[in-house]
Design a protein. Structure first.
Length: 318
């Protein structure tokens, strides 16, 4: 697989996102509750744009999408009103931080988040630990915390569980712990050495497991993990798999039951297709973005160790 085919693949994914831009809007929800649920797609779009800008991957298009998302959120006022009415939604901080990192700000929302973050109420909210890491990373980016606050022994990966027992929930915990602790690869040495060694050892097997399950969502998130922890495997095969899996319509297919939490009551076929596949498509773009930021000279596509022999996939360019 050559660089030109990588370019072609990522363009297909980005073009699909641009063509489906309006489907990301939370305003498609008919009630406030539905609109809050639909913060998930627009928030994930914003994160994808953030990583594209960081990796200088079609950054002009990414900035335009990010600014569109900000306007959809009423320049942050929707987030502010949501947090005022529902203080338990502190994860709004994570969404706002995505814009803040790109100098898109709502000062009153920022002050509200700071005040809420200092409350005993906020500190007592029970989250899965990877979600707490997400919040703490956001508060760092919003300049509320000076540095990431985390306890390694509370993470899933620190305990190095039996690797053959991995399943969707533990894989999700693993990938997101790595994303937030390493700041999506900006600080690849932030994990403990033993944790990094454990992840690097078992990543090839985990990718084979989820590829065998036709779960490109977790497969591609594991590829992102490889790019976040430093000294990754040669990922030529992984990117080739992504490129060859893109549908004729331009999206990267989601797993079975993809978008299930968003599909309740949806009868429109086009809307259903979008909700089932948008997340995996964004993850694919994010993987290419991390490749740009972690390896702008593309050496990961041409050198280093490879696991392709164990997958039965050709490692030759074509």
């Amino acid at each position: 697989m050559n660089i030109e085919k990588n370019v072609e693949a990522v363009l297909k994914l980005i073009n699909w996102v641009v063509a489906n831009r309006d489907n990301f809007s939370h305003k498609l929800g008919k009630t406030t509750d539905e609109q809050l649920i639909l913060l998930k797609p627009i928030g994930e779009l914003a994160l994808c744009c953030d990583l594209m800008i960081r990796g200088n991957l079609h950054s002009v298009a990414a900035r335009e999408l990010l600014e569109w998302a900000w306007l959809e959120l009423d320049s942050g006022d929707f987030l502010k009103l949501a947090l005022i009415s529902r203080p338990g939604l502190m994860m709004i901080s994570s969404l706002y931080a995505t814009f803040y990192r790109n100098n898109i700000k709502n000062e009153s929302l920022g002050r509200l988040i700071k005040n809420f973050s200092e409350s005993e109420f906020s500190k007592s909210i029970q989250y899965p630990y990877w979600r707490r890491l997400d919040l703490n990373r956001a508060l760092c980016d919003l300049e509320v915390f000076e540095s990431l606050k985390y306890s390694p022994d509370l993470t899933w990966s620190y305990h190095r569980p039996e690797p053959w027992i991995i399943e969707n929930d533990s894989a999700y915990a693993l990938t997101h712990e790595v994303f937030y602790i390493t700041n999506f690869g900006a600080s690849p040495d932030s994990l403990t050495p033993a944790t990094t060694s454990y992840i690097r050892t078992w990543l090839p097997a985990w990718k084979r497991i989820f590829l065998g399950d036709n779960n490109l969502d977790i497969f591609t998130e594991l590829l992102m993990v490889s790019l976040c922890i430093g000294k990754p495997y040669n990922e030529l095969v992984s990117f080739k798999i992504i490129a060859e899996s893109i549908s004729p319509s331009g999206f990267l297919p989601g797993p079975e039951n993809g978008g299930k939490s968003l599909l309740s009551g949806i009868r429109d076929e086009g809307r259903s297709i979008f909700l089932q596949n948008y997340h995996t498509t964004l993850v694919g773009i994010m993987a290419f973005s991390l490749l740009e930021s972690a390896c702008p000279t593309r050496e990961l596509l041409t050198t280093g160790s490879t696991w392709s022999d164990n997958m039965g996939v050709s490692n030759q360019e074509g």
